[in-house]
Design a protein around this ligand. Structure first.
Ligand code: ACO
Length: 322
């Protein structure tokens, strides 16, 4: 039986920082409101000429270095993103070229904020079935490009960044289980209406930006993430106390605290980075993972629960031994 095991992690945030104080000058908001309602203090914004692949590349290189894996060993590349550089080739193919990797499958996964969890689940299945032995999985976003910076309901929440893992085949776990869900019935609560097939005319009408009914999304996120935690524990016959670290999607500190309460987990065992970069969508879980691996909090052999919720709606979890 093959398992896939995280061999290395990496992340990257663009240089430009936008603080809550900066936002006070752009929309009718306050540093206090943003901190109290979301836990966010600042976010990083890609430069005008910096693309999602530009963020993905350093994150991927850091993960390869941490894993002590040469790029020639990679036999699968998956990039989770909602904000690809261009319609095609996929950002995964663009990244493959940057890393001078040739021939292995490379494709994007689009599940908005749950994208990285989806991508890890796909890569895990490739490795379990023997179709791949060494996968590069990246979550990368220039989400700032699909934010209406005059809308205080969304502009205070999002930022740009990238995180990556190298997954290697192993006889020892590794990823224990993955759980993926979606329900397209909620499209009207969270969406960017414009797109390739609907036509770019909508862009002129403001349709290129994220529309969100924040309060309703918030309630759905809290209940749904509570359910996915239960589902993951039950599927593996585990108790809440068996989880060493919760690595949640970094959207809002209040959603994270609600999930931690559900797990009866003290906040010291929850990796929280939302204050530093806001909601970076598909990048948020691997960004948080990389921070806690590099600062030594997460140790080999510990049990991690990663979870996410996002547009679609999509939601999911990954349970693993690090
Ligand atoms: N600054 C100041 N006031 C604001 C701001 C702001 N930036 N935004 C909204 N308000 C006001 C509202 O107008 C409202 O005023 P009113 O009472 O006079 O009408 C008041 O604050 C409360 O608004 P709510 O929307 O009820 O505030 P809430 O506590 O729900 O927080 C937030 C809003 C932060 C957006 C929250 O609902 C949230 O985090 N939602 C979930 C977002 C999320 O997790 N998305 C999931 C993934 S995203 C993805 O997949 C792309």
């Amino acid at each position: 039986m093959n398992y896939s095991r995280i061999a290395g992690t990496g992340s990257y945030l663009p240089a430009k920082v936008l603080t809550n104080r900066d936002l006070e000058k752009m929309v009718d908001t306050s540093d206090q409101w943003i901190r109290e309602r979301t836990g966010i203090e600042k976010r990083h914004i890609a430069a005008a000429d910096e693309t999602t692949c530009d963020l993905a590349e350093p994150a991927a290189r850091r993960a390869l270095q941490a894993a002590k894996v040469d790029s020639g060993e990679i036999d699968l590349i998956i990039v989770a993103t909602t904000t690809p550089d261009q319609v095609f080739p996929s950002t995964a193919c663009l990244l493959q070229q940057r890393l001078d990797i040739h021939g292995c499958p490379a494709f994007d996964v689009q599940a908005v904020c749950t994208g990285f969890v989806y991508a890890v689940a796909v890569a895990d299945n490739f490795i379990r079935t023997g179709s791949a032995r060494c996968a590069l999985v990246v979550g990368a976003e220039t989400f700032s490009r699909i934010v209406d910076w005059s809308d205080r309901g969304t502009s205070v929440l999002f930022g740009d960044g990238a995180g990556a893992v190298v997954l290697k085949a192993s006889k020892e776990p590794g990823i224990i289980s993955t759980h993926l869900h979606a329900d397209g019935a909620y499209e009207s609560l969270l969406r960017v209406p414009a797109g390739v097939s609907k036509g770019y005319d909508l862009v002129q009408e403001g349709g290129a930006y994220t529309e969100m009914r924040g309060n309703e999304v918030f309630r759905m996120a809290v209940t749904t993430l509570g359910r996915i935690v239960d589902e993951t524990l039950q599927a593996n016959g585990l108790q809440k106390t068996d989880i060493d670290w919760l690595i949640p999607h970094q959207a809002n500190i209040r959603i994270i605290q609600a999930t931690a309460r559900k797990l009866r987990m003290p906040m010291e065992r929850v990796v929280v980075t939302v204050s530093e970069h806001g909601n970076t969508s598909a990048a948020s879980v691997p960004l948080a993972l990389d921070v806690a691996v590099r600062d030594g909090r997460i140790q080999r052999g510990e049990t991690l629960l990663m979870e996410a919720f996002g547009g679609g709606f999509t939601w999911g979890s990954v349970l693993l031994k690090y």
